[in-house]
Design a protein around this ligand. Structure first.
Ligand code: SAM
Length: 246
């Protein structure tokens, strides 16, 4: 089974290999069949298409495994970007791997990688967090658990929650630098950098900036001062030795 990345906006980002394979496989398992049928029509190919989304994924494993066992090739695609990255496919891939099926990645667009590659934040370490919880309480709890992390933090966000999420980022991360990547590879692609508060002000001043799809990136926490923590530990040890009368 081929795990095929599709564009996140710009159709030219579909690789020639992905285009060829989508025309060669017997079956395409797609998150939204209507959405993928448009892409297949654009390519001028007409494989069979089957829906595979979070609600039917487990049930599709047997069907897809039977097609593979019969010697057919299958492609897994999602609506945009790389399958399994905040998209369906994990259960299928895990189950097929457990059955020793051959799984072949066909790489291409992925919003988190595209965003990081042009944001100007450190990329030697990053922590991808997918979507934050929809409700503010759990969202803030999740953010608070990340505040000491030294890796760059990456989140996906929808236009409905961008204001609320930026407000929670302001509360938890204060003046920490952020980059907002919007509508990547599309006509209105924008990168905005600033603190959460300044980004909220930018979105309020120009509501068009709050439309579309977003990747939010947060600079990692500064490294902890090791000498400071060593001093604290040494002080604690000395106090306990003194308390024991050593
Ligand atoms: N599998 C996809 C990938 O490889 O990036 C991600 C799918 S996830 C359901 C959709 C989210 O990805 C959006 O809500 C947004 O946060 C992000 N995203 C997808 N396309 C984007 C784009 N063109 N610009 C900015 N963010 C995008």
């Amino acid at each position: 089974m081929y795990v095929v990345a599709t564009p996140i906006g710009n159709l030219e980002d579909l690789s020639p290999r992905a285009a060829r394979l989508l025309g060669e496989v017997a079956l395409v398992a797609a998150e939204d069949t209507r959405h993928t049928s448009r892409l297949l029509r654009h390519l001028g190919v007409a494989p069979a298409v089957m829906s595979l989304h979070e609600h039917n994924e487990a049930g599709r494993v047997e069907q897809i495994d039977r097609r593979l066992a019969a010697g057919e090739d299958v492609a897994l695609v999602s609506d945009a970007g790389t399958p399994l990255i905040s998209d369906p496919g994990f259960v299928l891939v895990r189950e097929l791997r457990a059955r020793q099926r051959c799984i072949v990645p066909v790489p291409g667009a992925c919003a988190l990688v595209a965003a990081l590659s042009a944001a100007g934040l450190a990329t030697d370490q990053f922590l991808f967090n997918g979507f934050l919880p929809a409700k503010s309480g759990p969202r803030r709890t999740r953010l608070e658990a990340l505040v000491e992390h030294q890796a760059s933090l990456v989140f996906y966000e929808s236009p409905h929650r961008i204001h609320a999420t930026l407000a929670d980022l302001a509360r938890v991360f204060g003046e920490r630098p952020l980059v907002l990547a919007r509508e990547l590879t599309k006509t209105f692609e924008t990168f905005l950098a600033g603190t959460a508060d300044t980004l909220i002000a930018r979105l309020e001043a120009d509501p068009d900036q709050a439309r579309g799809e977003f990747v939010i990136m947060v600079e990692g926490a500064p490294p902890r001062d090791v000498s400071e923590s060593v001093t604290i530990e040494a002080d604690a040890l000395l106090s306990s030795l003194l308390a024991e009368g050593v």
